[in-house]
Write a protein that binds this ligand. Structure first.
Ligand code: 5AD
Ligand code: SF4
Ligand code: FES
Length: 329
């Protein structure tokens, strides 16, 4: 479907539920009924950045910081493999402790377990990205967050929009399956800006796009921002499915945080991926990107059982493949 900016704006502004039915149809035609599970390992909550919306921002002194040891990380990987997950996602703040060599070493050890490795560790040099790829990393997640340059600047002190964009094109060039995405509901974010975000994902030809509603965090400058962003985030996600038909789209944790059935609703509105949390229960509450995050007191095992049964209850199947963009099983 070739939707231009005007069409996208119109769809986002309307309240017609037909959008979700159409997105679900496209998902079924291009991705089948399989849902890919990606085991998420939140391995460090230390971050040098100060994104206005995020609870991990360096200036949030209330948060107790942690880093998993290599053994703890590899234990998470073993658990993920035992649960049948075919991908692990190493996600963390922009933590300088993790030098190029440390990350490469970690990737090499994880690759012994025959899983796809996704990195989500922020902006790094081209040489770093190249080395991680050579060590076996398969995918990289780096949300652009917003393509509204003025808004980007306001929300990201000491960061540069053009640099972030450059990182994404470098990741693509290096052959990563490249994931990006945005936050929906940022203060002063217009519908036009969200349409531009979607057109940017198309221009990049992103392999994965994750969209989540803003959930205001009390210890951040956006503490008083509005919270009712679920529906618009779902609409943005569904439009992305109409335009980038064969990509992987997660039902995000932030959606479930704002709506008790958010991930299942997302899976019925275009999404085909879920990222269950693999982090040990004792660290979960500390990876507080936003408040009221789901599964804070649950264990990795419990989340695996829970999410698998929810997925099967709507007639979908757990994929047994690594779930690359081209895979349809
Ligand atoms: N609400 C929703 N999403 C957030 N993120 C960070 N802070 C928040 C928040 N308060 C998202 C960002 C980041 C991802 C890991 O979490 O998009 O890329
Ligand atoms: Fe750090 Fe990412 Fe949070 Fe920004 S969104 S403060 S880069 S963890
Ligand atoms: Fe964690 Fe349901 S996914 S308890």
């Amino acid at each position: 479907m070739s939707l231009n900016k005007k069409d996208i704006i119109e769809i986002l502004k309307s309240s017609d539920d037909e959008l979700f039915r159409k997105a679900d149809e496209v998902r079924k035609e291009y991705k089948g009924d399989f849902v890919h599970l990606r085991g998420l390992i939140e391995f460090t909550n230390i971050c040098r950045c100060n994104c206005f919306y995020c609870g991990l921002r360096a200036e949030n002194k209330e948060l107790e910081r942690y880093r998993l040891s290599e053994d703890e990380i590899l234990n998470c990987v073993k658990n993920a493999v035992n649960m049948g997950y075919k991908t692990v996602v190493l996600q963390g703040g922009e933590d300088k402790y993790y030098t190029r060599d440390k990350i490469c070493n970690l990737i090499e050890k994880i690759k012994n377990y025959d899983v796809a490795v996704t990195l989500s560790i922020g902006e790094r040099s081209f040489e770093d990205y190249k080395a991680f790829k050579a060590s076996g990393a398969d995918r990289y997640l780096l949300r652009i967050e917003t393509t509204d340059k003025e808004l980007y600047k306001q929300l990201h002190p000491n960061m540069d929009f053009e640099h972030r964009k450059k990182c994404l094109y470098e990741l693509k060039e290096l052959g990563y399956e490249t994931g990006t995405g945005c936050i929906v509901g940022l203060p002063n974010q217009s519908i036009e800006a969200l349409a531009d975000d979607i057109l940017f994902f198309k221009e990049l030809d992103a392999d994965m796009v994750g969209v989540g509603p803003l959930i205001p965090h009390p210890n951040t400058p956006l503490a008083n921002a509005k919270k009712d962003n679920f529906n618009l985030a779902l609409r943005v996600m569904a439009v992305i499915r109409l335009i980038l038909k064969d990509i992987n789209i997660p039902a995000t944790t932030a959606m479930e945080t704002l709506h008790p059935n958010g991930r299942i609703i997302a899976l019925k509105s275009g999404a085909n991926v879920v990222m269950p949390n693999m982090t040990d229960t004792k660290y979960r509450a500390k990876y507080e990107i936003y408040p009221d995050k789901i599964c804070i007191n649950e264990s990795p095992d419990k989340c695996a059982i829970c999410i698998k049964s929810k997925i099967e209850s709507i007639g979908r199947k757990i994929s047994t493949s690594k779930g690359f963009r081209k895979d349809n099983y």
